[in-house]
Design a protein around this ligand. Structure first.
Ligand SMILES: Nc1ncnc2c1ncn2[C@@H]1O[C@H](COP(=O)(O)OP(=O)(O)O)[C@@H](O)[C@H]1O
Ligand SMILES: [Mg+2]
Length: 188
């Protein structure tokens, strides 16, 4: 209450509330692994927006100036467990941020309808993935990071393919230019 800039105190307090919600979410997610998650019809764009909004707030703390863009079909809907889907997208965005070694960069998420599927593409302007490694990246324990666990993408694969009957793969990658991951989910 004595703090000179009371607005900032309120901001921080709100952010703490967000953090607590976030921790709840993480607990919930772990409780869902191994059990049958509930599926619901979800507007994909809106779900993605929730994740990017979260990152937008946190980006300033990374010291990088990365532009996060979502574009495409705002209506298309997929049968999904939103909590687990958010987890997948978070992992992909985190990896994209790690891959961007320069001070500035872009992460672009595109949503479209392709036949019976919703196609989600996540493209970063990062350092790229060696073509020979594009399957290995989904292997549990595979990491090229000094402090990496190598679990993010294996979890993403399990969620997308195991729980949702979808597909996730490296669509393309160019050394020094960037990478695109594709996720396919069944349209509702
Ligand atoms: N967008 C990306 N650009 C470049 N390399 C990536 C990207 N996403 C994943 N990778 C590679 O795949 C590896 C595995 O990723 P992940 O399973 O999330 O584990 P971790 O992030 O802990 O290393 C990373 O260490 C990295 O080498
Ligand atoms: Mg990761």
């Amino acid at each position: 209450m004595n703090y000179k800039e009371s607005d900032k105190v309120i901001d921080v307090a709100e952010e703490i509330t967000n953090d607590v919600e976030k921790l709840n979410k993480i607990t919930y997610r772990f409780s869902k692994i191994g059990s049958k998650p509930q599926m619901q019809k979800t507007v994909v764009f809106e779900e993605l927006k929730k994740v990017t909004d979260y990152f937008e707030r946190r980006l300033p703390q990374t010291g990088k100036s990365v532009e996060l863009i979502i574009e495409g079909d705002k209506e298309v809907c997929a049968e999904m467990n939103p909590e687990l889907f958010e987890w997948v997208i978070e992992n992909l965005i985190k990896n994209a941020l790690d891959a961007i070694e320069e001070k500035t960069g872009t992460i672009r998420i595109g949503v479209s309808e392709v036949k019976k599927n919703v196609n989600i593409e996540i493209t970063d302007s990062g350092k790229g993935i060696d073509l020979k490694r594009r399957k290995d990246v989904f292997r549990p324990g595979y990491s090229t990071k000094r402090r990496g666990w190598g679990l993010g993408l294996s979890l993403a694969k399990r969620i997308v393919e195991g729980y949702h009957g979808g597909k996730i793969y490296v669509k393309s990658s160019i050394h020094g230019e960037g990478t695109t991951f594709t996720i396919l989910l069944k349209k509702c």
